[in-house]
Design a binder for this molecule. Structure first.
Ligand code: R5P
Length: 322
């Protein structure tokens, strides 16, 4: 999906602020929109608190703040809340939170006693801060949209990742879902690529991030394989799926994962048989650099087009076409 770079038609273009988690993506979005990022500042104090301030007038304006709730997650989440509050109190006409990666998305249900539904708490906090709309990408579970009462646009990175994988020139590719939960995403990816799918049976016994792939359903022998997932954290899932693909006779293996969190496991990812890991550039900071085989695809044009359409009160639904 490609969009011509164009300025918005309104006399007052959108004001797009960068949170500290997403300065590069914000700059790229603003380039697409033909505007400069709005001026703001974030300060960090010695006792661990932070402070944000808009350095330009936002009164009566449609304002966007781009902030992934990624590493350091709690910090960036709180910063997003303060941005929304600051902009509302400065009389912005509307505040849209552009959250390319929605952290805590895996905490979307109460599946054991005495646990928090963390994604719901985050949604409540963002809403309580005064947000008017949320734009995000590939939520871990699309139902998280329902945790908000304000509108949520959950954009798909899929067309960008499919384009990148096509350029790999894979032979008889098969698209592999690492678990049943990823099957729907993998099926959409496979349809776009014109490939069959295979599904792994993954078990994660504890909260310690260790996953084990027990079985693989589908024919992968002699085919190149694309592992499709929404998030890579420690890489355990990708590494284990790659292992079973190798055992079943797959050829070249690549991965297409929307959110390259890469919170650990860089060495084992670099050592595993996956040739390249494509992700969508929604994460900009990590405790350690990403693996050498990580490849970032810019989704700035898609976010820019979503902002332009929201700002112009145009439909955004065509952005969800595959
Ligand atoms: C699971 O539900 C997710 O879609 C990912 O497969 C998982 O979170 C990846 O985690 P890791 O990279 O630590 O295996």
């Amino acid at each position: 999906m490609r969009f011509a770079r164009r300025r918005t038609d309104s006399r007052e273009p959108p004001l797009v602020f960068a949170g500290s988690a997403s300065p590069a993506l914000t700059a790229a979005i603003c380039r697409e929109l033909g505007i400069a990022p709005a001026r703001g500042e974030t300060m960090h104090f010695s006792e661990g608190t932070l402070f944000v301030r808009a350095l330009e007038n936002v009164r009566g304006r449609n304002v966007y703040v781009v902030q992934s709730t990624s590493y350091p997650t709690n910090h960036n989440l709180v910063e997003l809340l303060f941005w929304i509050d600051a902009l509302k109190r400065a009389s912005a006409a509307s505040v849209t939170a552009v959250v390319p990666y929605f952290g805590y998305g895996k905490g979307d249900r109460k599946d054991e006693p005495r646990v928090s539904i963390r994604a719901r708490v985050c949604a409540d906090a963002i809403e309580a801060a005064g947000v008017d709309r949320v734009v995000t990408m590939d939520l871990h579970a699309p139902q998280i949209q329902g945790f908000f009462r304000v509108p949520v646009d959950d954009l798909f990175a899929l067309p960008y990742l499919v384009d990148a994988v096509r350029r790999e020139g894979l032979v008889s590719p098969v698209v592999v879902a690492p678990d049943a939960g990823a099957a729907k995403r993998a099926r959409r990816f496979a349809r776009s690529l014109g490939a069959p799918i295979a599904i792994a049976d993954k078990e994660r016994a504890e909260h310690d991030e260790r996953a084990e792939v027990l079985e693989l359903v589908g024919d992968v022998e002699g085919r190149d394989a694309v592992i499709v997932d929404d998030i890579v954290f420690t890489g355990g899932t990708l590494v284990d799926v790659a292992r079973i693909l190798g055992e079943r006779g797959a050829g070249r293996i690549v991965a297409a994962v929307t959110h390259g969190v890469f919170s650990g496991g860089q060495d084992r990812l670099d050592a595993c048989p996956i040739a390249a890991i494509y992700s969508a550039g929604t994460i900009e900071a990590r405790p350690d650099p990403p693996p050498a085989k990580a490849r970032t695809i810019s989704v700035a044009p898609l976010f820019a087009e979503a902002i332009r359409r929201i700002d112009q009160r145009e439909s955004v639904s065509s952005l969800f076409e595959e």
